[in-house]
Design a protein around this ligand. Structure first.
Ligand code: HEC
Ligand code: HEC
Length: 511
């Protein structure tokens, strides 16, 4: 056996032995139909501009899209960290399909297969697919420009090399793990935690990676792709109005303004991005996304979330705007959609895996200071919204400037209190429902930046009353060409004395 494969096999054998003892029973799951037309139509909230609420593609079209096979993938290493002869070894490997639902017997098999789906790239080459370089992850410049962190063993956990054809090494991108893996300062990774892959900087690097004389046609395609990702033409003024006047550098600068942990996910915008949420604890969450866009009523909804966000929702019809049409019309025959989709079995395994995610052991143990902080938490009324044990009551709060429609209070869990944070993500984007959900406070010790757009880096900054002033310099996401701005709203805990504040923060870090 080759030295690169040896370590892996050992671990698999041990875990097979353990699960054979613990979970030997046959597991025959009832797999929900993911793209059920009625379930898809009811899973999301109406948008703040109700007439723009999307109608998604039909189940007939969705199930006509070919399923993406999941190929075996291999780690990517940083410059100077790649084992000698690695690329040549990869070129010798045969393509191998690693997800086969027919072979899954026990629940543990399904969960492990779900982890494979989590780590499986969705597409190949680039995140944006307009760049020039081949195997750009071997260029030191990519690492110095993006600042992407490496694991202790020198690998880059956000990307994988994939062999779909013997002799051809491809960069695999856009796995769940690309955005939902956090590398901690000493080089270990927390899977599912608020990711810290510098996605927008990597996007910007690709935008800047053009030939010396760029082809004007490709910059036009890039602008059209930005419309597909970010346009919400029913909103005036548009959240990203300048797309059509940008050259390569201008496009790249917008993305460079978005720090790791925050992401201009499709349907948001580089001017109103979303913090990457922690997926640990997801099974207890009632709403997904900062704006509570998608409900989580059962495991099927988590599968729907993944299917919509990774494959389907850019083909939905938002009033008379279909995002994908801004780039190129989707083919009438779904079989021609080369990108593919997940199978329902893959999504089921993935959801089971996400439900097993647990936080790492918390180094911040309770003591006298945190006990005092717990009292401050109770006295200040935090628990009314951030209710233990989940540290959220799972409700939505309307944002400044949004009047919830009469029926919402009956259909959704709405707390009629406006906390007054910046409303742009909730009002000016395709994910804009007019609400922000009350986030759980668990895991604050390992994640950040916080607030819906990740505007502040730390808890110290969140409870600093200076953040309300217009001359404040946000320590997290600030915005393109913004040197200072207020981080308004959420007045809770802002007028504490310094002892109470330190105690409260120490308590929050134990959660
Ligand atoms: C390109 C980066 C990216 C990729 C790839 C990605 N996500 Fe996300 N994910 C995000 C961002 C950013 C958000 C927050 C969006 C928001 O708040 O509007 C998010 C939100 C979520 C949420 C909502 C959680 C919550 O509590 O609000 C779930 C669930 C989720 N992602 C699961 C997945 C799964 C499963 C995959 C793979 C099938 C995946 N994501 C792939 C970036 C990504
Ligand atoms: C009326 C409900 C409400 C009360 C009371 C409340 N919060 Fe919040 N909290 C929210 C909402 C809503 C958000 C999300 C705001 C946003 O992202 O725009 C939030 C966000 C936070 C965040 C950022 C979390 C993250 O992941 O981004 C922290 C930390 C926090 N609250 C702590 C507290 C503490 C401590 C108290 C008491 C001093 C408190 N909150 C009181 C509703 C509340």
């Amino acid at each position: 056996m080759h030295r690169f494969a040896r370590g892996l096999i050992g671990v698999t054998q041990i875990s097979l032995m353990i699960c054979g003892v613990l979970q030997g029973q046959e597991f025959r799951p009832q797999i929900p139909r993911v793209w059920d037309d009625a379930a898809i139509a009811s899973v999301t909230l109406p948008l703040a501009v109700a007439s723009a609420t999307p109608a998604q593609i039909s189940s007939k079209y969705y199930y006509g899209i070919p399923v993406r096979p999941i190929f075996k993938s291999y780690p990517v290493y940083g410059p100077d960290r790649e084992p000698a002869g690695y690329l040549e070894w990869l070129k010798q490997q045969e393509p191998q399909i690693v997800f086969d639902a027919a072979k899954l017997k026990t629940k543990d098999d399904w969960i492990r297969a779900g982890e494979i789906v989590f780590d499986a790239p969705m597409s190949y080459g680039h995140i944006f697919r307009l760049a020039a370089s081949d195997l750009y992850l071997r260029l030191p410049d990519w690492y110095s420009s993006t600042g992407a962190p490496l694991l202790k063993d020198g690998s880059l956990p956000f990307y994988r090399y994939v062999i779909r054809e013997k002799g051809k090494v491809e960069i695999g991108v856009n796995s769940c793990g690309m955005c939902h893996t956090r590398v901690m300062p000493d080089g270990w990774a927390i899977k599912g935690a608020q990711g810290n892959f510098p996605f927008d900087r990597a996007f910007a690097w690709e935008l800047r990676d053009q030939p010396a004389t760029p082809n004007p046609a490709t910059s036009m395609i890039a602008r059209r792709a930005l419309h597909m990702l970010y346009s919400a033409p029913w909103i005036h003024p548009d959240a990203f109005p300048e797309i059509d006047s940008l050259d390569w550098a201008g496009m790249a600068q917008r993305h460079e303004a978005v720090p790791p942990g925050v992401l201009s996910r499709h349907g948001t915008s580089p001017h109103a991005p979303a913090k990457v949420p922690d997926l640990i604890g997801i099974q207890d969450r009632r709403y997904f996304d900062a704006t509570g866009l998608t409900q989580h009523r059962n495991i099927g909804d988590l599968m729907r979330y993944a299917a919509m966000n990774q494959d389907g929702d850019v083909m939905g019809r938002y009033g008379d705007f279909v995002p994908v049409d801004a780039l190129a019309k989707a083919p009438e025959d779904p079989a021609k959609l080369a990108g593919g989709r997940y199978s329902d079995e893959q999504l089921y395994a993935l959801a089971l895996f996400l439900y097993t995610l647990r936080p790492p052991a918390n180094p911040n143990q309770p003591n006298a200071l945190t006990a005092a902080g717990k009292k401050v938490f109770e006295r200040e009324g935090c628990a009314g919204c951030h209710t233990p044990p989940l540290y959220t009551n799972n409700a939505l709060t309307p944002v400044t400037g949004f009047r919830p429609p009469a029926g919402d209070a009956r259909k959704f869990t709405v707390m009629p209190i406006v906390v007054g944070t910046d409303p742009d993500l909730a009002l000016k984007t395709r994910r804009g429902t007019g609400y922000y959900k009350i986030p759980s406070l668990k895991g604050l010790w390992y994640r950040g930046p916080i607030e819906h757009s990740g505007s502040v880096a730390t808890l110290e900054d969140w409870f600093d009353p200076r953040r309300l002033r217009s001359d404040y310099v946000p320590t997290g996401y600030r915005g393109y060409s913004v040197s200072h701005r207020a981080v308004p709203g959420h007045p809770f805990g802002l007028n504490l004395g310094s002892d109470d504040r330190s105690a409260l923060i120490a308590f929050l870090r134990t959660l």
